[in-house]
Design a protein. Structure first.
Length: 129
């Protein structure tokens, strides 16, 4: 089982913990580098493909950061910004079961503040590895 965590001390980055059936940590892999991609929400799309949506934690208004894995988590693509806006806060997401439906995301779709929670659906192309 995988569990997304993040580090926020000297740098800010996301990591992925692998746990065995008893809940013991088996391995830990760094998902991101740099100082602005934390609080990953992992959306599994198949046994090996998943999308990570990350908080852009630069302290400035930013977009959701997206990263992908095609090997069940050992490697992740470099996080890239994509719409929608998400003002320096975490988000939640789930894959929709209907083929070609995309991902449902709950987030603060604002450029300033955190006072409006929005529910949005991504483009179905985000489901592709």
């Amino acid at each position: 089982m995988g569990l997304p965590i993040y580090h926020e001390a000297i740098g800010k980055f996301s990591e992925y913990l692998y746990l065995d059936r008893e809940g013991r940590i088996v391995d830990k892999l760094r998902m991101t580098r740099g100082r602005d991609a934390i609080q990953a929400t992992i959306v599994p799309l198949s046994e090996t493909v998943a999308v990570a949506m990350l908080r852009h934690a630069s302290g400035q208004a930013g977009n959701v950061l997206f990263s992908r894995t095609g090997d069940a988590g050992p490697t992740w693509s470099r996080p890239l910004p994509a719409p929608p806006s998400n003002q320096d806060s975490s988000l939640a997401a789930v894959a929709l079961r209907s083929p070609g439906s995309g991902i449902l995301i709950a987030l603060n779709n604002l450029t300033l503040g955190r006072f409006r929670l929005s529910l949005m659906q991504t483009d179905p192309d985000l489901r592709e590895p």
